[in-house]
Design a protein around this ligand. Structure first.
Ligand code: GAL
Length: 420
């Protein structure tokens, strides 16, 4: 873990310069050939995806050196804080991971990231990416990030053996059936059949319940102002969410998502609602006794988020960072990254060989289903809105106060919604 990457790079760079001149070569300034790539992909399947990109970068960008600036913590809960502090202290990495959509807006407003419209033209990205995604990435006349891949959030991961032991052999189609299965699992001795983690993972679960109860259109309207947060439908969804929460592990507030996935792998839980980065985590743990299904009642809704990379305004090595972005954007980069990360290529022309059966199905739902954005993962909400929603969910996990949760979510929307 590193939090002062640029400062460290400067020290290391200075030392390397001294060494180079001491050795008489004097040709390399490592400070300008290092590209610091800031992410939260520290371990397991996430790191496997990043490593694949770094390997490709090494061959595609000779003379440039990849440096991982990484701060662990699912969904970037820690990384975003460190990044924001660094940006405020003029210690920007060359490029950083951010979700396409609302999450990027604060960085654009603060002038921290560069417009990549020209690169989009040179690299042919406007034609290679789906038009809807390009529209979501475009802010004003600019386009400020390059997507590495598209993840789906509203997926349930199921341990086959645990379900079979409880005599559950079919996929639940409705939330009531899902809750029926959770009850049955508990009766058969699985104390906490739903593996769950901290605040933002609880927000993901609530979002899936909201998609089922409100439908994709009204769900999306929660983030544009056309659906009310303080109405009866949201109240009912919070009630359904609370029922499901009762079946989760009581230590949920202290677990990150891989800890919850571990409960599933170890057979202590039967289900986990989580984005499809879980596939990469399962692969890293060489566990394949699982199945997946869309959260019951979500139909063909594809709750999307796109991990993307930016060029920072204060990048010390903009040329190297551009080469990183070009690698990320290339068909080969998209293939190498996504087959390991569990996501699907954002480019429509990236090769699909090497993608799993699950990923190929995700590609087809992405092409034919209904896209809905995610607040927990920034396609729908700005960072302050995410923080407020996470805090509200964390408080509810302890208090169980449904009215307080609804009014906190209503207040967050009122405060942070952006009028078009
Ligand atoms: C998401 C991100 C994914 C994955 C996940 C868990 O926000 O888009 O790539 O890293 O967090 O950490």
């Amino acid at each position: 873990m590193r939090s002062t990457g640029r400062a460290l790079a400067a020290v290391v760079g200075a030392a390397a310069l001294l060494l180079a001149s001491a050795c008489g070569s004097g040709e390399d300034d490592t400070a300008t050939t290092t590209v610091e790539v800031f992410t939260w992909w520290a371990d397991g399947g996430e790191k496997a995806g990043l490593d694949a990109l770094a390997d490709l970068f090494a061959s595609a960008c000779p003379g440039q050196r990849f440096e991982s600036g990484v701060v662990a913590g699912g969904a970037g809960v820690n990384a975003k804080q460190v990044l924001n502090a660094r940006l405020q202290h003029n210690d920007a990495p060359d490029t950083f991971q951010v979700h396409a959509g609302a999450e990027l807006l604060d960085h654009i407003d603060a002038g921290q990231v560069q417009d990549l419209s020209a690169e989009y033209g040179t690299w042919g990205l406007r034609d290679a990416l789906p038009a809807g995604l390009v529209a979501d990435l475009t802010v004003g006349d600019g386009i400020y990030s390059v997507p590495a891949g598209v993840h789906r959030a509203n997926v349930v991961w199921a341990n086959d053996q645990v379900l079979a032991d409880a005599g559950i052999l079919t996929v639940p189609k409705t939330m009531d059936e899902f809750i029926g299965n959770l009850e049955r699992l508990r009766r058969s001795g699985v104390e906490s059949p739903l593996a769950l983690g901290r605040d933002w993972t609880q927000l993901m679960l609530l979002e899936s319940v909201l998609i089922s109860d409100l439908g994709p259109k009204r769900f999306s309207g929660l983030f544009t102002g056309t659906t009310k947060w303080d109405g009866k439908p949201v109240r009912q969804a919070i009630g359904d969410f609370a029922r499901i929460l009762e079946f989760s592990n009581t230590d949920r507030d202290s677990l990150d998502w891989p800890d919850a996935t571990r409960l599933l792998i170890d057979g202590k839980a039967a289900y986990q609602l989580m984005g499809d980065w879980v596939a990469a985590e399962m692969a890293a743990a060489t566990f394949n006794g699982y199945d997946t299904f869309t959260f019951p009642g979500n139909g063909k809704a594809f709750q999307w988020m796109a991990d993307s990379f930016v060029l920072t305004t204060d990048a010390a090595n903009p040329e190297g960072a551009r080469c990183w972005l070009r690698t990320v954007a290339s068909p080969q980069g998209q293939q190498a990254f996504n087959r390991r990360k569990g996501s699907i290529p954002a480019r429509t022309d990236a090769p699909t060989d090497g993608l799993s059966e699950y990923q190929l199905e995700a590609v087809s739902i992405w092409q034919s289903g209904t896209p809905v954005p995610s607040c927990a993962h920034g396609s729908a909400c700005s960072q302050p809105w995410q923080n407020a929603a996470n805090a509200a969910l964390g408080a509810f996990s302890t208090s169980g106060d449904a009215a307080a949760l609804q009014s906190a979510l209503t207040a967050a929307a009122k405060q942070f919604i952006r009028q078009p």
